[in-house]
Design a protein around this ligand. Structure first.
Ligand SMILES: NC(=O)c1ccc[n+]([C@@H]2O[C@H](COP(=O)([O-])OP(=O)(O)OC[C@H]3O[C@@H](n4cnc5c(N)ncnc54)[C@H](OP(=O)(O)O)[C@@H]3O)[C@@H](O)[C@H]2O)c1
Length: 319
């Protein structure tokens, strides 16, 4: 199986199917050995050092060269202050054992207290994350822009809305190369996707299979997805990933299971009819799984301006 590449607005090529590494460090070696060349990483997954060890093994044994991989990592929320951005990048490069990233994203448009835990609990407000409500997205984005090009080939964002993207681009004139967002048939995000396409911002979609964090079965279990998979003689996973690639996205499935890692990497093209059949499962109200305000340790901030975030007392500070 081979990669299909799409382009970033920098001209760089990015494999359309990447491998998501959250809770899946053990899958990285299998993924690369089976053809994946795009890895989605982040310090919050707390496995970059382990993955760095795997990469060294893969490089030393000649299975893959650094230049053949597309590595994305992210700036975590506790490092949004401009003076912290270069240091956070260095820590990620050191953990991964590489000299550059292909893409570096601002993980969330929300900051937490610097220099503490990755997700520090507010001592004066148990159950809540201690936020940094001073630093703005524009300040962080300017620090991203200032990172040396030889260490970061492209910069982008993640979980940003149209308003957030407009805020940082209008202030700096620099358009992100990518926006990594939750997107699946229950959350198609048509407006955001259209805006990003117009701005040549590549969408990287996460949670292609939905997410069972709110006690809902994975989309793999959906009857329509099953029906299309059966009709085409492919897996449910392939149907959902093909739904994403049909829309021009990159997708970054995660698995720790060898046969699923391999089958997820097979590029399948859906017909318009099958794409529309899968799209039809979207409910009247889109279903978003990943909302920090709903985390066990609450982020008291409205990021998406969604109904679930109505009780939040902070909003994103763009500038
Ligand atoms: N930027 C962000 O804020 C953000 C947020 C969340 C995730 N991400 C990235 O996106 C990646 C993927 O998203 P995700 O981790 O939320 O979940 P996902 O890839 O949508 O789903 C992963 C789940 O699906 C199962 N699975 C994988 N392939 C399958 C198949 N073919 N059939 C049946 N089940 C299958 C996995 O179990 P098995 O391991 O048992 O196969 C796992 O439980 C993450 O790893 C991370 O890199 C980014």
């Amino acid at each position: 199986m081979s990669n299909v590449y799409v382009q970033l607005n920098t001209g760089a090529k990015i494999p359309q199917i990447g491998f998501g590494t959250m809770q899946a460090a053990s899958g990285v070696e299998i993924a690369v050995k089976n053809g994946y060349r795009h890895l989605d990483l982040a310090p919050i997954y707390q496995n970059q050092k382990e993955i760095g060890g795997t990469l060294k093994k893969l490089f030393d044994s000649g299975i893959v060269k650094r230049e053949d991989l597309f590595l994305t990592s992210k700036l975590w929320n506790n490092s949004h202050r401009p003076e912290d951005v270069p240091r956070a990048l260095e820590a990620t490069l050191s953990d991964l054992g590489v000299t550059y990233l292909d893409l570096y994203l601002v993980h969330w448009p929300a900051a937490c207290a610097r220099g503490k835990a990755l997700v520090p609990e507010d001592e004066s407000r148990p159950g809540y994350v201690e936020l940094d409500t001073e630093v703005t997205l524009v300040e962080t984005w300017k620090a991203m822009i200032a990172l040396p090009k030889e260490k970061v080939r492209a910069i982008g964002v993640s979980n940003f809305t149209i308003e957030h993207i407009k805020g940082i681009t209008e202030a700096t004139g620099v358009i992100p190369a990518a926006n990594e967002i939750e997107a699946h048939p229950l959350l198609p995000q048509d407006e955001l996707v259209q805006y990003c396409n117009e701005q040549k911002i590549r969408i990287i979609a996460y949670a292609s299979f939905g997410n069972n964090s709110i006690n809902r079965p994975l989309l793999i279990e959906n009857d329509v997805v099953k029906e299309v998979a059966k009709k085409l003689g492919i897996t449910e996973g392939q149907v959902l990933l093909a739904w994403g690639t049909y829309r021009g996205y990159c997708v970054i499935p995660r698995s720790v299971n060898e046969s699923r890692i391999i089958s997820n990497f097979k590029h399948v093209k859906l017909s318009k009819e099958d794409y529309e059949r899968v799209s039809s499962i979207c409910e009247e109200k889109p279903v978003r799984f990943n909302i920090p305000y709903c985390d066990a340790l609450k982020w008291d901030i409205s990021i998406f301006d969604g109904p679930e975030e109505k009780g939040a007392t902070h909003s994103v500070k763009i500038q």
